[in-house]
Design a protein around this ligand. Structure first.
Ligand code: NAD
Length: 247
């Protein structure tokens, strides 16, 4: 897998799965734009690590749920790099509670970041990729978007929406040489899951045939494959990275 000379934007790339993806794509040769919202120090750390690998890298602050932020992100990247070859829609949040207790604001915010954010970034970057007649977009969904999860109606709906968006944009963009796929992680070590109790983790692990939680690098490896030339005949697919949890 060789991504030399490619430019990749990773939304929410300063920590967790996004950070692992940023480092993996850089290891494969890509120049990296680390998008972040709240942790400039962590984003700068990732940028420094990537520069040490000999790649170009920069951190750009943008809330993916806001069109003006996404528009300035894409403008800034276009100023610094001649092409945008890879977009990883990784930014995501949870606001978990049972449906009957859910506040409308928590529904709206999760849908705004996870689904609208993916839509806005895809729309603005796809315009450039269509002109280039090439590009790879990978959306990070979740197995919860496929099977649902009690206490995560907003999150599951947003991730199911991401799958519909992936398939529709794959159909629209295929003729212009742009591949759009999704990766559905199962239960992966990150800030999002580290707050769960040992008991919850043990219960989840029981339902994972490979018997353990995944690491951010497991997701990053699948994403790197989907960004590579080796995956050029794949589009509109959802690749589960879940230790066999959903099959
Ligand atoms: P995380 O909380 O560590 O990372 C989420 C990232 O998104 C952070 O960098 C955060 O700053 C960023 N972000 C949040 N709101 C944003 C906004 N409005 N604009 C831009 N960036 C924003 O969690 P993670 O586990 O690394 O999650 C990464 C992705 O993987 C998410 O889409 C998540 O839904 C998905 N996922 C995670 C798991 C898991 O088990 N950890 C499972 C399935 C799917």
């Amino acid at each position: 897998m060789n991504l030399s000379g490619k430019t990749a934007i990773i939304t929410g790339g300063s920590r967790g799965i996004g950070r692992a993806i940023a480092l993996k794509l850089a290891e494969k040769g890509a120049n990296i734009v680390v998008n972040y919202t709240s942790s400039p120090d962590k984003a700068t750390e990732v940028v420094e690590q990537i520069k040490e690998m000999g790649r170009e890298a920069l951190a750009i602050k943008a809330d993916v749920s806001k069109e003006e932020d996404v528009s300035s992100l894409v403008k800034e990247v276009s100023k610094q790099f001649s092409t945008i070859d890879i977009l990883i829609n990784n930014a995501g949040i949870t606001k978990d509670t049972l449906l009957i207790r859910m506040k409308d604001d928590d529904w709206d915010r999760v849908l705004d970041v996870n689904l609208k954010g993916t839509y806005l970034c895809t729309k603005l970057v796809a315009k450039k990729m269509m002109k280039q007649r090439s590009g790879k977009i990978v959306n990070i969904t979740s197995v919860v978007g496929i099977i649902g999860n009690a206490g995560q109606a907003n999150y599951a709906a947003s991730k199911a929406g991401v799958i519909g968006l992936t398939k529709s944009s794959a159909k629209e963009l295929a003729a212009r040489g742009v591949n759009v796929n999704a990766v559905a992680p199962g239960f992966i070590h990150s800030d999002m899951t580290d707050k769960l109790s040992d008991e919850v983790v043990e219960n989840y692990a029981k339902n994972i045939p490979l018997g353990k939680m995944g690491d951010p690098e497991d997701v990053a490896n699948a994403v790197a494959f989907l960004c590579s030339e080796e995956a050029s005949y794949l589009t509109g697919q959802v690749l589960n990275v879940d230790g066999g949890m959903v099959m």
